[in-house]
Design a protein around this ligand. Structure first.
Ligand code: ZN
Length: 155
């Protein structure tokens, strides 16, 4: 077993990328938190005209914490899976924690190896391979750009 296999529970790179593709397809086919939201405090719609992706992000923020989150929209598997995975992670986080996660994820998509190795990202690392395809990076970041728009420092 080499170092790469040891780091990923004995899977080689081909098995790992297959596993990651399955994670992305699973979220695309069975999106989490794709629904209406009660008591929405923040909402935004953003699109990625290069690919035709659209994401509506809905947040219910209470006391600086994301009490509930959902999304609606349509588009490619990368954009929809990224939104689904993001909502799964954000629920219950403080706004600051959510923005820190967003920062790490964005750096991973821009090819920062340190960010890509961050255990903080968990399943979101399934999208690390997208960094090699600049056109698709916008797909993966669309939901996160919605988050930044709603609660980021510029909001
Ligand atoms: Zn797309």
């Amino acid at each position: 077993m080499n170092d790469s296999q040891a780091a990923h529970g004995g899977l080689d790179d081909a098995e790992l990328s297959q596993l990651y593709q399955e994670v992305i397809l699973d979220h695309y086919r069975s999106p989490r938190n794709k629904r209406e939201l009660e008591e929405t405090t923040h909402t935004v719609t953003m699109n990625n005209p290069l690919c035709g992706d659209v994401i509506d992000l809905l947040l219910q923020v209470k006391g600086g914490r994301i009490a509930d989150v959902s999304f609606q929209g349509k588009g490619c598997s990368i954009s929809q899976a990224s939104a689904s995975m993001m909502t799964e992670r954000l629920k219950g986080q403080s706004v600051d924690e959510a923005l820190a996660l967003s920062g790490t994820f964005t750096r991973m998509l821009h090819g920062d190896p340190e960010a890509a190795g961050s255990t903080e990202l968990g399943d979101l690392r399934a999208l690390a391979g997208v960094a090699k395809f600049p056109v698709r990076v916008k797909c993966a970041l669309l939901a996160w750009n919605c988050l930044q728009e709603l609660v980021g420092p510029e909001a």
